[in-house]
Design a protein around this ligand. Structure first.
Ligand SMILES: [Ca+2]
Ligand SMILES: [Ca+2]
Ligand SMILES: [Ca+2]
Ligand SMILES: [Ca+2]
Length: 273
């Protein structure tokens, strides 16, 4: 074989090798969401983004203590998901805002661990109850039966504005701003500009009555599917929501339909393994 032919052969083999490396890397990234089945260990620093906002929550065998500390083993065993799609505001750098979350469940609760880097924490209710959406907060959108549809002043779906003060704020059927604190338990811890919010959320169907103390939560089970999105409203002391960053690429008109229309939510599939 002449030198030229040998060189060409080597070149072809090199391209084939690079191609196969790329493929195997892609495979790890795609399968990392179903890490347990694939027995793929979670890579340090891996955060999965889901343009369509469709996530999985894994069942915890251990009781989760809502204390803002992710010490429970499930939190070490499930992947981080991104909540960095820009819904509103200017592009931010990672010291101003960067967010990710994990999901888990048992029969009574959806658990969420949210880690947010925020350079300035502006308490949610600084400007009063009716400006709750202007302060820093985590917004959790839940549509228990994934029916979709309008939910602005009804409870077929919820847009919980989880406040820095520990409240879960939404609108009532009479268009008032109300606290639904029994529905969402939250604790937050801080290390520097990194905040960890741990939440336990009860799911309710459309029969939820905001004036009753006797609402019965819906039981969660394997393979149940709900409507879900999560976002962070970032105010850095300028008296307004400077950024709104979410878990799904698009969230309706101006990415601001979530508090009105549950059609735009992504989803959670509850799985055991
Ligand atoms: Ca905990
Ligand atoms: Ca910020
Ligand atoms: Ca619904
Ligand atoms: Ca802030």
């Amino acid at each position: 074989m002449g030198c030229k032919k040998l060189f060409l052969l080597k070149l072809i083999m090199m391209f084939l090798f690079i191609g196969s490396c790329k493929k195997s890397r892609q495979k790890v990234e795609i399968t990392s969401d179903s890490f347990k089945k694939q027995n793929v260990s979670i890579k340090e620093g891996l955060v999965i983004s889901k343009e369509n906002g469709e996530f999985k929550a894994y069942k915890t065998k251990e009781v989760i203590e809502v204390d803002g500390v992710g010490k429970e083993s499930i939190w070490g065993n499930v992947p981080w998901y991104e909540m960095n799609y820009k819904w509103m505001g200017e592009t931010v750098d990672s010291s101003d805002y960067l967010g990710k979350f994990k999901l888990a469940w048992d029969n009574k609760h959806l658990y969420i661990l949210v880690e947010v880097i925020d350079d300035y924490l502006n308490e949610t209710l600084t400007n009063g109850k009716d400006n709750y959406w202007k302060g820093d907060y985590v917004e959790v959108f839940i549509d228990e039966d994934k029916s979709g549809g309008d939910h602005k002043f009804n409870h077929q779906a919820f847009a919980y504005h989880v406040s820095t003060e520990g409240h879960a704020i939404d609108k009532s059927t009479t268009k008032e701003t109300i606290f639904l604190d029994d529905n969402v338990k939250v604790e937050r811890t801080r290390v520097g500009s990194k905040y960890l919010w741990e939440m336990a959320i009860k799911l309710y169907d459309s029969t939820f009555d905001e004036n009753s103390k006797y609402n019965i939560p819906v039981k969660i089970f394997n393979n149940k599917l709900i409507g879900f999105s999560i976002a962070y409203g970032d105010n850095d002391g300028n008296n307004r929501r400077e950024n709104f960053m979410g878990s799904k690429k698009y969230h309706g008109n101006n990415n601001d339909d979530g508090y009105i229309n549950s059609d735009v939510f992504g989803s959670i599939l509850f799985v055991e393994e």
